[in-house]
Design a protein around this ligand. Structure first.
Ligand code: 2P0
Length: 337
């Protein structure tokens, strides 16, 4: 892949991540600086593979997603991202970008995280940008905030950093890094709830929440406290505490949206059915806890040894949903294409 990259051609793979302490709200839209730190688990399923080839003869970027030409907002964001890479590398060539997601269509599973992490790595290699993994996480952040976390495997902390009049200082303050979690052996059971397309993008929803929700600031303050407890729970290998903190952090985030004006509601009836099934599992002694993102799907954190039982209970409760089992997965890496 080194020889390919030297020739302006690189391919990278990255996996999605699910936040246990959520990112919700920006302090700088253009630099994609979040208002709070977040902490996630990178998954071992649903990778995105992205190839970037420089084309010295092309007048514009050419982007395909799953073999189809990218259009609209997706195309605009990818070209804006490549413009940033071109500015930093001092090279002006346009690129041919081909990206394949393995996540099932319509699953709404953080494809922007794996997508921009893979794009950042492939583009950095193709354009010859120098930098370590931390620098790569800062670059991926500019494409999509959560992508900064998919640069690393396992558990990952994304530092909010600080908005500043000095743009370079602000940009370099917000990056992701891996967090050790000795003795934590989790699975994440993902219930892809059968529901229509999302009504509001997460970008718009978090903007509206910050601007109008009276619950936003209290949640942000509690999220900072949750992070301190979460790091302690990971450090001592206490998966039940990790789950408990993750669940309250996620439900609190959804409360901020429900209080926005107008409300943003991602929970569907089937989501609540899964939440009830998880409560029932806990009553039966299983340390299972939920988290939810900008959509109706429910992710259940549990000990890896209990994953099959949890998956069965979820599938029984919500028979129209597809159920997947994930474990901690690897960070972004270059491949031979
Ligand atoms: C997260 N989400 O921490 C939160 C929780 C969704 C809910 O990061 O605007 O696609 O591109 O920075 O990263 C989804 O938002 O947003 C997200 P942008 P992104 O995983």
């Amino acid at each position: 892949s080194r020889a390919q990259a030297a020739a302006g051609d690189a391919t990278a793979v990255a996996h999605p991540n699910i936040a246990l302490i959520k990112y919700w709200g920006k302090s700088d839209e253009r630099l994609v600086l979040p208002r709070t730190d977040s902490l996630s688990m990178t998954l071992d399923i649903f990778p995105t593979t992205t190839r970037v080839r420089l084309d010295p003869h092309a007048g514009e970027d050419s982007v395909t997603l799953g073999g189809r030409p990218a259009t609209g907002e997706a195309a605009r964001r990818i070209t804006a991202f490549l413009d940033l890479v071109r500015e930093r590398s001092g090279r002006g060539e346009r690129a041919v970008v081909d990206s394949e997601n393995t996540v099932p269509t319509g699953a709404g599973l953080a494809s922007s995280a794996s997508g921009f992490a893979a794009l950042a790595l492939a583009a950095a290699a193709a354009y010859g940008l120098e930098g370590d993994a931390r620098a790569l996480s800062r670059l991926a952040r500019r494409g999509s905030g959560s992508a900064s976390r998919s640069v690393f495997g396992g558990f990952v902390l994304w530092h909010a950093g600080q908005a500043s009049a000095d743009e370079e200082q602000a940009d370099s303050s917000s990056y992701a890094e891996p967090v050790a979690a000795p003795g934590v052996d989790p699975a994440l059971v993902i219930a892809v709830v059968n529901a229509g397309p999302k009504a509001v993008s997460s970008r718009e929803a978090m903007r509206r929440t910050v601007d109008t929700s009276p619950l936003y600031e209290p949640w942000a303050a509690s999220s900072r406290a949750d992070l301190v407890e979460m790091r302690a729970a990971l450090g001592r290998g206490d998966l039940a505490a990790v789950g408990e903190i993750a669940e309250r952090n996620a439900l609190g985030m959804h409360a901020t949206m429900l209080a926005a004006r107008p409300a943003v509601r991602y929970m569907a009836p089937a989501s609540l059915t899964v939440l009830d099934a998880v409560l029932q599992l806990r009553q039966e002694g299983v340390a299972a806890y939920v988290t939810m993102d900008a959509g109706p799907n429910v992710k259940v954190l549990c000990p890896r040894a209990q994953a099959q039982r949890v998956a069965r209970a979820v599938a029984e409760a919500a028979p129209d949903s597809a159920v997947h089992i994930a474990a901690p997965g690897p960070g972004a890496r270059l491949t031979d294409g």
